[in-house]
Design a protein around this ligand. Structure first.
Ligand code: UT7
Length: 323
């Protein structure tokens, strides 16, 4: 018998304000055609005044709990992936814990930028496998609209806000790749590339700062590193690409998503794509795609999923799980 961390509920939250590409044409030297053809993005959601990473994360967590038919006190831990916590501290996760009305257990943030959900899922899986938690809410939530330089056309048209959550539960498996739950994980980082994608503010500057990205340099690393980490995770899980039902990738750029699928020799019909509607929501993008993919009827119980992401750090990784 092997313990597995099985997804028993998922949900998401998107702010109501939708901004189409054309809206940027009024203030920037850009256009819908450039944004769509270079990134695949058509629109994104932006948080309203008063909406925060923790409030969106709470809404996504509530949806996941409702989906599972459980309440906040049925959860032992919250692991929240974000780079845009409401405050420097406390963690946004503890704010979610309070907003959910959860009076026991523990909560903490994980910060690995766009790869954050992969790192959070891996940590939550480890908590479950080591017996330190039976049920863990794993959330990705971001308010990247608050760290955009609205004069920088090379970044501000690419990102959006939102949150997604999954509820993991310890269940018994037989130790094979037929088990439901997380089957394998692979994490990587290389801090030598920190200048490719960073925020130029923080405690050392006393400012919140703005996102800065050498997009084409990040692009150069993305496809190869994503295909490699996905392949490593599949090998660890003992599965081949032919057995995979869905790739659920980080949603940064449709060309990266297509390039990675091609390297993995999987057709785009087996890729959950939400980038056109959400833009790049950093750590929220994978749980958003899982939840939307499930709601669309794409992801079904028993499906084998490979999920992968890369972002600032650089940090990247993949998780193989059976839904
Ligand atoms: O999620 C975390 C990880 N991040 C990513 O994975 C992002 C990876 N990078 C990308 O998605 C792409 O590199 C971008 C979408 C950011 C950019 O696409 P690109 O094909 O790499 O374009 P580029 O940066 O090489 O820029 C090409 C041209 C430049 O003009 P020149 O120098 O060729 O005259 C830019 O100034 O496009 C120009 N440009 C724009 N033009 C119209 C940059 N932004 C815009 C814009 N509208 N918004």
């Amino acid at each position: 018998m092997t313990t597995r961390a099985v997804v028993i509920g998922c949900g998401h939250y998107l702010p109501s304000r939708v901004v189409e590409n054309a809206e940027f044409e009024a203030t920037l030297d850009t256009n819908d055609e450039w944004i769509k053809s270079r990134s695949g993005i058509e629109r994104r959601h932006f948080a309203a005044e008063g909406e925060t990473t923790s409030s969106m994360a709470t809404a996504a967590a509530q949806a996941a709990l409702k989906d599972a038919g459980l309440g906040p006190d049925d959860v032992d831990a919250i692991v929240l992936a974000t780079s845009t916590a409401d405050f420097t501290f406390p963690s946004a996760a503890t704010m979610v814990q309070a907003q959910l009305g959860m009076t026991s257990g523990y909560a903490f943030d994980v910060q690995a930028v766009c790869a954050g959900f992969i790192f959070a899922l891996t940590n939550a899986n480890a908590l479950i496998l080591s017996g330190q938690a039976k049920r863990v809410l794993v959330i990705g939530a971001e308010t990247f609209s608050r760290i955009m330089d609205w004069t920088d056309r090379s970044t501000c048209v690419l990102f959006g806000d939102g949150a997604g959550a999954v509820l993991l539960e310890a269940q018994d498996g037989d130790g094979t790749a037929s088990d439901r739950g997380v089957l394998s994980t692979d994490l990587n980082s290389d801090g030598r590339h920190r200048d490719l994608l960073y925020v130029d503010g923080g405690v050392s500057t006393g400012t919140t700062g703005y996102l800065r990205m050498q997009g084409n340099q990040v692009f150069r690393h993305a496809v190869g590193k994503l295909a490699a980490t996905a392949t490593t995770a599949m090998e660890r899980a003992g599965v081949t690409a032919a057995e995979v039902d869905w790739i659920v990738p980080h949603q940064a750029n449709i060309r990266i998503i297509q390039g990675t699928a091609k390297k993995l020799e999987l057709p785009m019909e087996q890729v959950v794509v939400t980038v056109q509607d959400h833009g790049n929501t950093s750590a929220a993008s994978i749980p958003l795609a899982l939840s939307v993919g499930r709601d669309r009827g794409q992801i079904k119980p028993g499906d084998l999923i490979v999920t992968e992401a890369i972002g600032g750090g650089l940090a990247w990784g993949a998780v193989v799980l059976r839904w």
